[in-house]
Design a protein around this ligand. Structure first.
Ligand code: GLN
Length: 304
């Protein structure tokens, strides 16, 4: 496996299509030649190639995990009453992404849904909402995580679109009055730093029914794992979710910083990092590499 992963890095490093995300100015500075792949199996074995220590921000790769946290806290009924489960067929940051009659965001993988989900994570008796989210990702990765303040501030300053989405959500009473605080939480969860092996471990936890492969801690109830994975499958890749389903056949989630996580239920988590992204916001090298890996090892859910 390690050899196969190194061959993939060699094969796709010369691929120069795509561009670093520029609407968050700080992300535009990423080194375009970074490329790493990691696989973590449900029993915790790690395979990797490329610079898997290099850190990047989670961005939208945070969305399935915070959705899981909100599900644990508020239950499926409440979450479904506020956020839908339909693919929108629109870009991740679309403003036209509230359902016509209910005004719910279509799903929690696009920004409107994810901003709503973050607004449902509140301070607990002793722990601030941000610390709760940092604690969640520390549990998933197995070590303390921090926010990249420069990326956070860069997004906060330029987030006119996300701010308008949040106000629309407030208008339709999907979220409450703590609009700026909820946006801050959302921008901060997006700015949490991980490396490629961390991201694969997070994916492996979902592959493993919610149990972190190393600590054996239950991070999300087994019952809620299919809720998360089905949404990653139908909505995780936004307006190319159909193409992804057709060619890869696995739940996945990308982030505009260049991270991509893919879950092979019952088997493993796969993660890639490379910051050149395509029109839909997915890492170009990552998509190629995961597609090759899944084909080579016959991991497509529907082929098994
Ligand atoms: N923080 C980013 C945003 O809200 C996340 C988008 C993404 O990764 N697709 O625009």
């Amino acid at each position: 496996m390690n050899q196969f992963l190194s061959d993939l890095v060699k094969k796709y490093l010369p691929e120069k299509h795509g561009a670093t995300a520029s609407y968050i100015p700080e992300l535009a500075k990423a080194d375009p030649d970074q490329f790493a792949i990691a696989v973590v199996t449900c029993d915790g074995k790690v395979y990797q190639a490329g610079n898997t220590d290099h850190k990047f921000t989670l961005q939208s790769a945070s969305k399935p995990f915070v959705y899981g946290m909100a599900l644990e806290e508020h239950g499926r009924e409440f979450m479904r009453s506020r956020v839908g489960v339909e693919p929108s067929g629109e870009a991740f940051n679309s403003i036209v992404e509230l359902e016509r009659h209910t005004h719910r965001p279509y799903n929690p993988m696009i920004n409107s849904g994810a901003i709503a989900v973050s607004s449902f994570i509140k301070d607990s008796k002793n722990i601030k909402r941000l610390d709760r989210v940092l604690g969640l990702f520390s549990d998933y990765t197995g070590h303390a995580v921090t926010v990249d303040e420069a990326v956070f501030l860069s997004e906060k300053k330029t987030a006119h679109r996300n701010r308008s989405i949040a106000h629309l959500l407030r208008h339709f009473e999907i979220i409450g009055d703590d609009i700026e605080e909820s946006l801050d939480l959302y921008f901060k969860q997006c700015s949490i730093l991980v490396n490629t092996t961390d991201l694969a471990t997070m994916a492996a936890t979902l592959a493993n029914g919610g149990v972190q492969p190393n600590s054996k801690k239950v991070l999300v109830k087994k019952d809620h794992v299919p809720d998360i994975l089905s949404l990653m499958f139908t909505c995780g890749m936004y307006d190319s979710a159909g193409e992804w389903a057709y060619t890869v056949g696995l739940p996945a989630k990308s982030g505009v910083s260049g991270g991509l996580l893919t879950v092979v239920p019952g088997k493993m988590g796969i993660a890639t990092y490379s910051p050149l992204i395509d029109q839909q916001g997915h890492s170009v090298r990552g998509v190629h590499a995961v597609r090759d890996l899944v084909t080579h090892f016959n991991l497509n859910m529907f082929a098994n």
